[in-house]
Design a protein around this ligand. Structure first.
Ligand SMILES: Cc1cc2nc3c(=O)[nH]c(=O)nc-3n(C[C@H](O)[C@H](O)[C@H](O)COP(=O)(O)OP(=O)(O)OC[C@H]3O[C@@H](n4cnc5c(N)ncnc54)[C@H](O)[C@@H]3O)c2cc1C
Length: 412
C-alpha cells in the first residue's frame, strides 16, 4: 500500500470518523487508525448503548404504570439478558453502517493501535504512514479515584456496567453528572434500589441551580436515594463508608466521577479533537470541532447544548441563572403542567426557563419530555441573534411541548 496520505487520523470515534468522512468527501486521501471499534466510546460504550438500555428501562416502567390510561397488563416479566442482547445488536447495526460509510467514502481504515511520531508521521503495526496533516482524536477513559480503583466486579466503571449480565438488587452510584444521573434512572426504572452520592451541594452540579433542585425533587418522588455534600471515605469489603459516618452495603458501586483525556504529549502542528482535547466531553462537540477543522464550518463552543436523558429529559444551553448578576437579566419560567400535550401524555413534570438580556435569549434550561429537541429550537435563535420579539413571530404548532417555549417568551 502507498503510505502517503493527505490526512491521517488517530482514533475512530465521533471526532475521528466525522473528520474522515468529510475530508474524503472533499477528495482527500484519508487514513484512519482505530485500535478497537470505529464509532469510539460514543457508539460502543457511551451514548448509544446507554440509550438503548434506558429505552428498555423506560418501557418497563411505563408498562407498569399505564392503568390510568385504561390499560392493565398482567404477568410482566423482565429478561435483562435480552435488554443487553438488544443493546449489542443496536450497537452492531450502527457500527456496520459506519464501517460501510467509511468504505464507500474510500477512507483507509487501519485496525491497529497507532503511534504519533511527529507532525507528519504515524506508525502502526511496524508501517510508517506519511500524512500532510494529522488529527489526534483518541478520546478519554473513566477517571480512577484513589481508594475506589475498579475491580470490575464490585467497583465498576461505565464500561463494566454495560456488560453486566444481571441486574443487582442494589447499586450505589458515585457522582451525579450526566452518566451518574442516567444510570440512576435506568436502575431505578428496573426496580433496583438506587442511591447516589455527590460531593457538590446539589445533584447535576453543572446545571442551572433550579434544574438541579428539580432533579432532586424528581429523584425523591421516584424513591432514588441521594446524598449531597458527601463523599465515600473508604470501602471495607462490601461496606461503603460515607463522609457523614453512614455505612452502605450495595451489591454494586458504579464510580462515575468524570473522564480523563487519554494521556498524550502534544506535538506542534497536530490538531487535537474531541474528548482528548480536554474541553467539552460530548459527542456533538467532537463532531462540530471536526467539521470546523475539516470543512471550516464556524463553531462557537459556548453554544454546545447539554442533554441528560431519561424521563423527563433535561437539556440546557447558554448561561445559568447563578452565573448572572442580579438585576441584569429577565427570567421566565413556564411549568410543563401548563401544556395540554403534557397532560395527554402523562408527562407534566418539569419546566422551561428562559433567561434574557437586552431582548435576546442568553440561556435556556429545560426539564421536560422532548427537552433534547426543544433546546435546539432556542439554540438556533440564540446563535443567530434572533431577538425575543422576532421569535414571537414564529408559529408554534398545537398541542406540542414547543408551545411551552412560545408561551415562556411572553413572560419575559
Ligand atoms: C456512558 C457514557 C455515556 C455518554 N453519553 C453521551 C451522550 O448521550 N451524548 C454525548 O454527546 N456524549 C456522551 N458521552 C460522551 C461521548 O461518548 C464522547 O464525548 C465521545 O465519544 C468523544 O468522541 P471522541 O471521538 O473524542 O473519542 P472516543 O469516542 O473516545 O473515540 C476515541 C477512539 O480512539 C481510539 N484510540 C485511542 N487511542 C488509539 C490509538 N493509539 N490508536 C488507534 N486508536 C486509538 C479508541 O479505541 C476510540 O475508539 C457518553 C460517554 C459515556 C462514557
Amino acid at each position: 500500500m502507498e503510505n502517503n496520505f493527505d490526512l491521517g487520523i488517530i482514533g475512530g470515534g465521533p471526532a475521528g470518523y466525522t473528520a474522515a468522512l468529510h475530508a474524503a468527501s472533499l477528495g482527500q486521501k484519508v487514513v484512519l487508525f482505530e485500535k478497537e471499534n470505529v464509532g469510539g466510546v460514543c457508539l460502543n460504550k457511551g451514548c448509544i448503548p446507554t440509550k438503548s438500555i434506558l429505552h428498555a428501562s423506560e418501557l418497563y416502567n411505563r408498562i407498569q404504570n399505564c392503568a390510568d390510561c385504561g390499560i392493565s397488563v398482567e404477568g410482566i416479566s423482565l429478561d435483562y439478558s435480552k435488554v443487553i442482547e438488544r443493546k449489542n445488536s443496536t450497537v452492531e447495526k450502527l457500527r456496520k453502517g459506519l464501517e460501510l460509510a467509511l468504505k464507500n467514502s474510500k477512507v483507509n481504515v487501519v485496525k491497529a493501535e497507532a503511534l504519533l511520531q511527529d507532525s507528519t508521521h504515524i506508525v502502526a503495526e511496524g508501517n510508517v504512514y506519511v500524512c500532510d496533516k494529522i488529527l489526534y482524536a483518541t478520546g478519554a477513559s473513566p477517571r480512577v479515584v484513589k481508594g475506589l480503583e475498579f475491580d470490575h466486579e464490585f467497583l465498576i466503571s461505565s464500561d463494566d456496567i454495560l456488560n453486566m449480565e444481571k441486574l443487582p438488587q442494589s447499586i450505589l452510584i458515585i457522582g451525579s453528572g450526566a452518566i451518574g444521573i442516567e444510570w440512576a434512572r435506568i436502575m431505578s426504572n428496573f426496580g433496583v434500589e438506587t442511591t447516589v452520592v455527590e460531593l457538590a451541594s446539589h445533584l447535576l452540579p453543572l446545571a442551572d441551580i433550579e434544574v438541579s433542585k428539580r432533579v432532586e425533587r424528581i429523584f425523591k418522588s421516584k424513591k432514588i436515594k441521594f446524598y449531597t455534600e458527601t463523599s465515600v471515605e473508604k470501602i471495607e469489603g462490601s461496606n461503603v463508608i460515607l463522609s457523614n459516618g453512614e455505612t452502605l452495603t450495595p451489591e454494586k458501586v458504579l464510580v462515575a466521577v468524570g473522564r480523563v483525556p487519554n494521556s498524550v504529549e502534544k506535538i506542534d502542528g497536530v490538531e487535537y479533537l474531541g474528548d482528548v482535547a480536554g474541553e467539552i466531553q460530548l459527542a456533538h462537540f467532537a463532531i462540530k470541532q471536526s467539521l470546523s477543522v475539516v470543512k471550516d464550518i464556524a463553531f462557537k463552543k459556548e453554544f454546545t447544548p447539554s442533554v441528560v436523558y431519561g424521563s423527563p429529559e433535561i437539556a440546557w444551553v447558554g448561561k445559568r441563572e447563578q452565573d448572572l448578576e442580579e438585576g441584569t437579566y429577565q427570567k421566565s419560567q413556564l411549568l410543563i403542567s401548563a401544556l395540554g400535550k403534557a397532560h395527554c401524555d402523562n408527562e407534566t413534570e418539569g419546566f422551561i426557563k428562559i433567561l434574557a438580556q437586552e431582548g435576546k435569549i442568553v440561556g435556556v434550561h429545560i426539564v421536560s419530555a422532548e427537552a433534547s429537541s426543544l433546546v435546539q429550537q432556542v439554540l438556533i435563535a440564540m446563535q443567530n441573534d434572533i431577538t425575543v420579539d422576532k421569535l414571537k413571530e414564529v408559529c408554534f404548532a398545537h398541542p406540542t411541548y414547543s408551545e411551552g417555549i412560545f408561551d415562556a417568551l411572553f413572560k419575559l
